[in-house]
Design a protein around this ligand. Structure first.
Ligand code: PLP
Length: 456
């Protein structure tokens, strides 16, 4: 077979793709009928596809390319590390400089006493680590019955059997034997969709208190941990009411439940501080990290854990690990990514420049006839599409039909915006400039207008 290259016609690449490549979260029939969009290169916030279209990526890939595409420094670090030490493991009392350096840097950046890192290859793997780690922690403390992990409906914590079970996506649970035992899901703090007649503040408290009810129902002696994203991402960028997190923290403290903050999306600047836990005022015992850790340039994730949890786990042997835990090339690239985030003051740029500029324009989209709510925190935002602006009504069509139309209109206008049901969401690279934000808003407005016209 001749080499497959970027220079081949799109249709040929699509046919070869459909013939042998199985895609995540993709309908196979649609893939065969329409073909995949082929992305050939990227720079800054802009993707180029095989047709030469220049597309503004308002999702930073999958919420991960925080420093933007095309940074030569990361390529150079990767090549240098591959020449020096392309691989060695961190099992059996062995280590190497990239893993040492990255763990030390993360301990410096993470809040509170989160000073110890267990590396994984992805966010899913890190959350699988967390399941085993919190259960092992309680067992080593002489409380082996504390094994239940409480999570939330419509949460996303990954796609492996363990992390997918932690997640609260029913369409995922319907396939492949999930959830695993001893995972319990409570309701999410999604006021717009589920708040009824309550104020957001009342609703936030009510939803947080479901954690206390679940602990009392299951038995305090059975609950190991509560896991949540500071701001739910894949569930639709759901920013909880202000009353929610303080109450959750109070309940975790009262019942000695470990708090796991899944920072896979919120970490590394997304909400305008280094971690969503800082933005939300949380004191987690464990943080899950991935994505922005390397800006997606290399697959790497991990769990940053407290002194207390590390001391207990470290008092024996934790029979857990991945071939690529602390992979030297991934660790070196992540370290370089963190250097860029710090030295170029990217988190300050989000807080002081990009987020305020985007917030004003994004929230103004709530004036659009199709938009019931426009919310944003840092550089992650959502639009709730609705047929009746003032009632938070849902469309009569199947959930997601209108969102899908809008996403297609975005694509047609060279904008990647994702839909979750009938919510449109964005999470652009953190380095996005005010001018690029204006382009994003102009394209989003045009897509909304076209979607609105199509529905008439
Ligand atoms: N946790 C959260 C909050 C995520 O958004 C994701 C991925 O989107 C994951 C975990 C899983 O990460 P990965 O896809 O790297 O396994």
């Amino acid at each position: 077979m001749s080499a497959i290259t970027n220079h081949m016609p799109t249709a040929e690449l699509q046919a070869l793709d459909a013939a042998h490549h199985m895609h995540p979260f993709t309908n196979g029939d649609e893939l065969n009928a329409k073909g995949a969009r082929v992305i050939t290169r990227a720079k800054g916030v802009t993707l180029t596809d095989s047709e030469g279209n220049q597309i503004l990526d308002a999702m930073a890939g999958l919420w991960c390319v925080n420093i933007g595409y095309g940074r030569e420094e990361l390529a150079e670090v990767a090549a240098r590390q591959m020449r020096e030490l392309p691989y060695y493991n961190t099992f059996f009392q062995t280590t190497h400089v990239p893993a040492i350096a990255l763990a030390n840097k993360l301990a410096e950046l993470a809040p509170g006493d989160l000073n110890h890192v267990f590396f994984a290859g992805s966010g899913s793997e890190a959350n699988d680590t967390n399941i085993r780690m919190v259960r092992t922690y309680w067992a080593m403390k002489g409380k082996p019955t504390k094994s239940v992990i409480i999570s939330r409906k419509n949460a996303y914590h990954g796609s492996s059997v363990g992390s997918g079970s932690l997640g609260g996506m029913t369409y995922m649970h319907a396939q492949g034997g999930m959830p695993i035992p001893d995972i319990h899901h409570i309701n999410q703090p999604h006021w717009y969709a589920e708040g009824g007649d309550m104020t957001p503040e009342e609703f936030g408290l009510a939803r947080a208190r479901e954690l206390e009810e679940a602990i009392l129902e299951l038995g305090e002696d059975r609950v190991a941990a509560f896991i949540a994203e500071p701001v739910q991402g894949a569930g639709g960028v759901i920013i909880p009411p202000e009353t929610y997190w303080p109450e959750i923290q109070r309940i975790c403290d009262k019942y000695e439940i470990l708090l796991i903050a899944d920072e896979v999306i919120c970490g590394f600047g997304r909400t305008g501080t280094w971690f969503g836990s800082i933005t939300m005022g949380l004191r987690p015992d464990i943080m899950t990290i991935a994505k922005g850790l390397s800006s997606g340039y290399q697959p790497i994730g991990g769990s940053i854990v407290s002194d207390e949890v590390a001391a207990v786990i470290g008092s024996g042997e934790f029979n857990h690990g991945y071939t690529y835990s602390g992979h030297p090339v991934a660790a070196a690239v992540a370290l370089e990514n963190l250097r860029i985030l710090e030295e170029e003051r990217v988190v300050d740029h989000v807080r002081d420049v990009a987020a305020p500029h985007l917030k004003a324009k994004w929230e103004a989209l709530s004036d659009h006839p199709l938009v019931g709510e426009a919310r944003i925190i840092g550089l992650m935002g959502s639009l709730a599409l609705t047929p009746h602006k003032d009632s938070r009504a849902k469309f009569a069509s199947d959930a997601g039909t209108v969102g899908l139309i809008c996403r297609e209109r975005c694509f047609a206008n060279n904008l990647v915006m994702r839909h979750v049901g009938d919510r449109m969401i964005i999470s652009p690279p953190l380095v996005i400039t005010p001018e690029e934000i204006d382009t994003l808003i102009a394209r989003a407005t045009k897509a909304l207008d076209e979607c609105h016209a199509e529905l008439k």
